[in-house]
Design a protein around this ligand. Structure first.
Ligand code: NDP
Length: 286
């Protein structure tokens, strides 16, 4: 049986640290860190994620402002909102909730976010910094959280075979780079990978970020691997991961549950990134 990695508990520790950092920031600067979230359209999942982000902010003393705008918004209008937030000295972090409705170009919007306020880490400057191994930028929250969960097991990442399934800009690619930075030997799989199970079975550390319910089964997992399930898939009323929990539980040494694994860490790291942005901005203006 695997040891279950308790993302809720570990995230609570991160949030407590951020809360203390926010209190110190407020007492020194006489203003609270502020996160602005732009929510375009009425996608139900996005609405839930944004509500959770608002709650997370309130919990640690970060002020949040959600701009809810209709899906009919034009590209230029969205860019205008981002530019306003860039200019607003009271806003430290900006997050445009993805995915955007059809017709809006995510890449162009990400390009507009001030890199110093880009708490989702999707501006090309921040992605470039991650590629260079320069930690002065912002790293996407989910892979940052996933790394923390791996570290929580106490296993040494250096020298391990790590396999990341998925190559999105928000999860798979940054996850692979973070593992590489920690000296793992990294393989990235995607929809064109031949014989996925043969590749995943080599992994001492396996990260699944596909968005396909239970695509990873026990027989695809190396015995005693660390398995991080990023997948969040709604199947009927249930939320399931990309990993089949029961069969993975028979093989892995450590395993994250869904829900209660990576999800809570994503929010916690967003709060951490927002505090970092507030500190950087304050240092720049002092
Ligand atoms: P994307 O859809 O952007 O990327 C999915 C990736 O999986 C792509 O690279 C795709 O390959 C790959 N893929 C698809 N099918 C297969 C297959 N059969 N075999 C191997 N690879 C495959 O998703 P995201 O990265 O945004 O999200 C992934 C999952 O993580 C989703 O379930 C999402 O809900 C969840 N998520 C959870 C978060 C959390 O906080 N817990 C935060 C963010 C995401 P290709 O590039 O070739 O198309």
């Amino acid at each position: 049986m695997a040891q279950i990695i308790d993302g809720k508990f570990i995230a609570a520790g991160v949030r407590a640290e951020v809360k203390a950092g926010v209190q110190k920031f407020v007492s020194e600067k006489r203003l609270a860190p502020k996160l602005a979230v732009v929510l375009v359209g009425d996608d139900p999942a996005s609405q839930v994620y944004v509500r959770n982000k608002e709650r997370g902010c309130a919990d640690v003393g970060i002020v949040s402002e959600v701009r809810r705008v209709p899906a009919t918004l034009k590209q230029a209008e969205l860019i205008d909102i981002v530019r306003q937030l860039n200019r607003d000295p009271g806003v430290h972090g900006i997050l445009v909730q993805l995915p955007l409705p059809a017709g809006l170009n995510e890449r162009l919007v990400m390009d507009e976010i001030d890199p110093g306020k880009d708490v989702d880490g999707l501006h090309p400057l921040n992605m470039g910094k991650l590629l260079r191994g320069d930690d002065s930028g912002f790293v996407p929250c989910t892979p940052q959280g996933a790394i923390e969960l791996i570290l929580s097991t106490g296993i040494e990442i250096a020298g391990k075979e790590a396999v990341v399934v998925g190559r999105s800009n928000i999860v798979g690619k940054p996850m692979s780079l973070l593992l590489l930075q920690k000296n793992a030997t990294v393989t990235i799989c995607h929809s064109r990978t031949k014989d996925l199970g043969a590749v995943t079975a080599r992994a001492d550390i396996l990260v699944a970020a596909v968005g396909s319910p239970q695509i990873i089964h026990g027989e695809m997992i190396k015995r005693d691997a660390v398995v991080i399930d990023v997948g969040t898939n709604r199947v009927g009323e249930k939320l399931v991961g990309d990993v089949d929990f029961d069969s993975a539980n028979e093989r892995a040494a450590y395993l994250t549950p869904v829900p209660g694994g990576v999800g809570p860490m994503t929010i916690a790291l967003l709060l951490k990134n927002t505090l970092k942005a507030a500190k950087l901005l304050a240092a720049k203006n002092s």
